[in-house]
Design a protein around this ligand. Structure first.
Ligand code: 4AD
Ligand code: MG
Length: 429
């Protein structure tokens, strides 16, 4: 019976065959311990000289790291193994011998590992991060499908910019100019007017000259947009969504979080509702603590971390000054200098994971914003149309997948949270 490592629990006491790679190996005299991985999991294969053919034992002892093999053996329960199982090997069949695999069990520097990202992905830690990423995506679809949202796919090639023009990737679109999408939001607003509650999940591109542990050039965003929903209602969806994702990862990625040595006690408490603090109060608080920041300035990473440290859950910072936010955000009634928006700041210094707002629904005000931000009517007439034909209050937000993966996995840098990161100085592999 050919099975995967993830299935061994169903075959205790039986003889099974598994296709695997040799991740690591230990041997002494008459016994060899093979650390095997097959993508679905990890298991130790124990090869005892007296119990296999001579050729098989020799093979096991001499096999090189990352060689591929079919291994046959009996599944046994073992309390000491992280997965709870071990394989008593009865035969080993080499598929392909790997020579001089560059990533050895010793420590390597980050640049070396990044140059070998195509191989680094096989390591236990990277495997765990990718599984956490997958669980966040799975839980996202479950949550929004359950809540009656429709998945909509906005375009990647666009003629307009959603989040300002400074970090657009330019390309030619035959004779026209085009840009890679930096957010699907404007299109998702159109979709919400057609389908009510919608969400997108796709890649976005920002030519940001930032070289920080939180910035990628290409990253993936989940962008829900909801008709007939005000800002406060949107915050409730956000805290429920994030809580659901965190609890799903805790429930379904136990082995992965263990492999990552993640302190899960810090995640267990992440349940809605989340605290809210206004931008005004956040500024006062930072000033009291001696930070050099004035009302009207945007927060940097140290500011966000200082605010997040006050709470043991993610915290919403609400109502930022209009001047430091995007053109489409609706002003707070009676206080036009601030807008109905919030950034959700993750605990433990992982920074902003969500940006969201209520959108301007008044045609005249939006036109005024086009003037202030030099947006051409040619490119944006369609977006104005949404305010012309049955305009409604509507809100939405964008969750950055990689920052969420970094937070839940407890990894320091977003470069480990996406299979092939695009960074300021890196397009290879
Ligand atoms: O705050 P941002 O720029 O918001 C928007 O793009 C809105 N249009 C979303 C919406 O309302 N539909 O980006 C949203 C999130 C951030 O909170 C952050 O988590 C992530 O996207 N993000 C990045 N992640 C990695 N690398 C970058 N360069 C990122 N820029 C933003
Ligand atoms: Mg933002």
């Amino acid at each position: 019976m050919k099975i995967t490592i993830s299935e061994v629990g169903k075959y205790v006491g039986e003889t099974v065959k598994i296709g695997a790679w040799l991740a690591n190996k230990r041997s002494s005299g008459k016994i060899a311990f093979l650390q095997l991985r097959d993508g679905t999991g990890f298991i130790q294969g124990v090869v005892v000289k007296a119990e296999v053919e001579e050729e098989g034992f020799k093979l096991a002892k001499e096999m090189t790291q990352e060689s591929s093999l079919f291994v046959t053996g009996e599944v046994r329960e073992d309390d000491r193994a992280p997965s709870g199982y071990e394989l008593t090997v009865t035969s080993v069949e080499l598929i392909h011998e790997a020579t001089d695999y560059p990533i050895t069990p010793k420590e390597h520097g980050p640049e070396f590992l990044m140059d070998h990202r195509h191989l680094w992905l096989r390591s236990k830690r990277q495997h765990a991060v990718m599984k956490v990423r997958n669980e966040i995506i799975r839980a996202t679809y479950e949550f929004f499908n359950e809540q009656g949202f429709v998945k909509v796919d906005p375009p990647i090639l666009t003629g307009s910019s959603a989040e300002g023009t400074t970090n657009l990737f330019h390309t030619k679109y035959f004779d026209e100019d085009a840009y890679l999408s930096q957010s699907g939001q404007l299109y998702m607003e159109a979709a919400a007017m057609a389908l009510g509650k919608v969400f997108s999940f796709g890649p976005t591109f920002r030519a940001e000259k930032s070289k920080t542990r939180r910035h990628l050039i290409e990253f993936w965003m989940i962008e829900p947009e909801m008709a007939f929903m005000d800002h406060e209602e949107s915050l409730e969806v956000q805290e429920q969504y994030v809580s659901f994702v965190v609890q799903s990862v805790l429930a379904n990625c136990k082995l992965e979080l263990q492999a990552l040595e993640r302190d899960t006690s810090k995640l267990e408490n992440v349940q809605a509702p989340f605290p809210r603090i206004s931008y005004d109060d956040a500024i006062d608080m930072l000033k009291e603590e001696g930070h050099e920041i004035e009302w009207g300035e945007d927060f940097g990473a140290p500011h966000e971390t200082a605010i997040a440290e006050k709470f043991d859950k993610p915290v919403f910072i609400t109502n930022y000054p209009a001047d430091i936010k995007a053109f489409y955000m609706k002003p707070v009634p009676g206080r036009e200098e601030v807008v109905l928006c919030a950034d959700l700041i993750a605990p433990e210094g992982y920074g902003e994971i969500i940006g969201g707002s209520q959108r301007i629904d008044d045609e005249e005000l939006l036109k005024q914003r086009y003037d202030e931000h030099n947006l051409s009517l040619d490119a944006y007439q369609w977006y104005l149309d949404l305010r012309k034909y049955g305009s409604v209050p509507h809100s939405g937000f964008g969750l950055g997948l990689e920052r969420t993966v970094a937070w839940l996995s407890g990894v320091e840098h977003v470069r480990e949270t996406i299979p092939f990161p695009r960074l300021l100085n890196r397009l290879y592999p």
